[in-house]
Design a protein around this ligand. Structure first.
Ligand code: EPU
Length: 351
């Protein structure tokens, strides 16, 4: 009797395909899900060939970035495509603003460091966000008073409807808080690269709570993009559980955006609840505060837990399944809804 020692594997020009592949090391929640097919694409020129395979055409497709914003609640009955393309370059510069083109497979924080080393600014507040460049516009990553949409000039995609490559302008990306056109049509667009418009100088964004204090603690003589990135990195390492140490996907819920009237009612009932102005007169609430005040910070159901460090983050203490983590997310949602009549939406893509 013979035992298969490795799953079936095919090496193509610019890509690798593995059948029945483990995704355990491909998602930062460390959920042990599997994919029917896992395709690593190193050269985006190979996409038309890869997407034309009958097995790929006839089953669902999910594009995976760094796996830091996804929860697999079960095995994926289709193709998981991961872009491993590399390359960062300045391709134009005018009036003190450079266009930096980065391939989708680049690590986000590597890009932030690269731009700072090349004397560019804009991305410093977004230091240490996990994930890839390709994932950044999909959920419009944001932190410490900045969202990536402010610096996106255009996004290169492969459109599965027309089976062709195209470039979408910032306006075409329909960015919103942790949302974009790409997030709403995950089966259609494969982000292959992003152009960023980055200035040589700008007014620093230091107003988010804790940022000035962290910079002061660094004791630097003059504030620049590098020192801001350093301060943000320290803040994140202190405030958020590190996915290298404990499985997590960053914020598991979005901060809910609600109408002004219910927000005013909540403000008078709970003056300590942090609220921020949002688009169109609406109000953004701190989901972390709602979860912590519901008594769930540090709560554990087996290996699935709410982080004791930051209430907005769900963590995998060991071998929690995706289904177990999702059940915990529902419990958090239900508890917050019963207590505050506010509904939390998941931030990661839930499969
Ligand atoms: N808070 C609590 N309990 C906690 C943590 C926070 O009550 O356990 C309250 C505090 O009052 C705090 C306020 O919530 O002042 C805001 O907390 P924090 O500054 O950590 O920001 P957040 O709104 O919870 C958002 C982003 C984070 C980003 C931080 C910093 C979302 C969903 N999350 O979190 O992004 O790093 O701001 O800018 O918008 C992510 O998207 O994965 C992510 C980590």
């Amino acid at each position: 009797m013979s035992y298969p020692v490795a799953p079936a594997r095919l090496e193509g020009a610019g890509y690798t395909i593995v059948e029945d592949a483990s995704l355990a090391t491909r998602n930062t929640l460390r959920v042990a899900a599997r994919a029917s097919l896992l395709i690593d694409v190193r050269d985006t020129q190979a996409l038309p060939e890869v997407l034309a395979f009958p097995l790929v055409k006839s089953s669902p497709l999910f594009v995976l970035g760094g796996g830091s914003n996804v929860l697999f609640t079960r095995d994926y009955p289709g193709t998981v495509l991961s872009l491993a393309s590399r390359g960062i370059q300045i391709c134009a510069e005018r009036d003190g603003v450079a266009t930096v083109r980065a391939a989708a497979g680049e690590n986000w924080n590597d890009l932030v460091n690269w731009t700072i080393a090349h004397g560019l600014c804009g991305l410093e507040n977004l230091a240490l966000i996990p994930g890839t460049v390709g994932a950044a516009p999909i959920q419009n990553i944001g932190a410490y008073g900045t969202e990536v949409r402010e610096f996106v000039e255009s996004v290169d995609v492969f459109d599965r409807h027309s089976m062709s490559a195209m470039r979408l302008s910032r306006a075409d990306c329909e960015f919103a808080y942790r949302d974009s056109r790409f997030k709403r049509a995950p089966e259609r667009y494969i982000v292959t690269g992003v152009d960023f418009a980055l200035p040589r100088s700008r007014e620093w964004r230091l107003d988010y709570s804790g940022v000035r204090e962290e910079i002061a603690a660094l004791g630097v003589e003059s504030i620049n993009a590098a020192s801001i990135a350093e301060a943000i990195t320290r803040l994140r390492l202190r405030k958020l559980p590190n996915p290298e140490v404990i499985g997590n996907a960053g914020s598991f819920f979005k901060n809910p955006v609600i109408d002004a009237a219910p927000a005013a009612r909540l403000r008078s009932a709970y003056p300590a609840l942090p609220q921020w102005p949002a688009d169109a007169g609406r109000v953004k609430l701190s989901a972390a505060w709602l979860i912590e005040t519901s008594g769930l910070k540090g709560f554990r159901d087996g290996d699935a837990g709410v982080s004791a460090q930051h209430a907005l983050v769900l963590v995998n203490h060991g071998t929690a399944s995706g289904a177990r983590l999702w059940a915990l997310a529902q419990q958090v949602r239900d508890t917050v809804r019963q207590r505050f009549d506010v509904t939390l939406d998941a931030e990661p893509v839930v499969i």
